[in-house]
Design a protein around this ligand. Sequence first.
Ligand code: FMN
Ligand code: FE2
Ligand code: FE2
Length: 405
Amino acid sequence: MPAVEICPNVYWIGVNDRTTDLFEGIWPISHEGVSYNAYLIDDEKKAILDLAKAFKTDEFFEAIGEIADIGSLDYVVIHHLEPDHSGVLSTLIRIAPKITLLCSEKCKEMLASFYGITENVRAVKDGETISLGKHTLQFFMTPHVHWPETMMTYESENQILFSCDAFGGYGALRGTIFDDQCTDHSFYETEALRYYVNIVAKFSGPVLRAIEKLSGLDVRIIAPSHGLIWRKDPGRIVHLYKTWAGYAGNPGEPGITLMYASMYGNTEKMMNAVAQGISGTGAEIEIFDVARTHVSYILPSLWTKSGVVIGAPTYEGSLFPLMIDVLNMVAVKHIRKKRAAVFGSYGWSGGAQRGLEKRFESLQWELMDQFEFCGAPTAGDIRQGVEFGRKFGEIISGGSAREDA
Ligand SMILES: Cc1cc2nc3c(=O)[nH]c(=O)nc-3n(C[C@H](O)[C@H](O)[C@H](O)COP(=O)(O)O)c2cc1C
Ligand SMILES: [Fe+2]
Ligand SMILES: [Fe+2]
């Protein structure tokens, strides 16, 4: 996409990535894409804020070239060293060796270890300002949003917060870069949540601390390094991020993630009965077959909803392996304080639910109910499943906001 002037002499020079299949080598984005947003301020001193992934070097340099000569650039502000934002750096400094890199103290160390770059690096202090001429940049350290070296920049002339990963989302930009011109908000908000839970959620504490730290600034525009630029309603994305970060400390909204797996359909049959039982209680439900849905898409539901129902058969003496994978990811992402119920089919001696209490204990999940049945469910088993769903649905819809959470 061509560069876009977002304020006088402040340009978006980002690139869309529609060819990477897995973000960070793990999270699917083949259908959604992602943008690496970067910005150029064309003043007496010229600065670029954020960069792009290495394979986008040519396209990125073309975008810079629309505004300025690469050789004439004075500064690159490195908010965050993750290679989705720094990949073009090695080539950039070969072309413009005099350019000064502005970053946090921690980032300075990381520039040496990731890229062998030690020259022309200036570590800035928390709150420090640099004048470019008309535009002044102020730097704020926001460690762990997303890596320890992360910082943000506030531009006071136009009141822009360059927030890097914070307030970003998956989703390549569909022609427009601004919230007010976007006609598919639900796509970006869904993808912002998926991005939040996949990438940032574990750092919800640092996210809330950063929001608090920056709350005294007058911010008119939020310009993140992924996704839409929020100029009409920056409060919207701040509100969403605050809400999502808040779920790290509470069980979430009343609602149920029903995730299941089934080799030959026995557990699946029961899953439908359980869902039927839940449906009468008014509890919102999302259903995922864990074998067919990448965990990236399940995590947002698990993060935001207070109830979890797991349906999984016994496989070689233990829980169906793909369900174990999801629960392992749940532990990695610190998805805690849920209420859970578990069911599944077994063939002879079972074992799927063995060890689950211990797993739940470490997640601070409360096991409210569980049952198993042998082989295909009988009519009696199915009745039990409907009742199991109804009971759990009532617990969740009735009073999921646990006082002790
Ligand atoms: C590969 C495989 C491994 C299994 N391992 C066990 C086991 O160790 N213990 C057991 O009781 N049943 C075991 N079973 C039987 C299943 O748990 C049983 O067939 C169950 O009904 C499957 O439910 P589903 O139709 O929802 O997949 C195994 C089945 C398969 C196909
Ligand atoms: Fe990042
Ligand atoms: Fe990023």
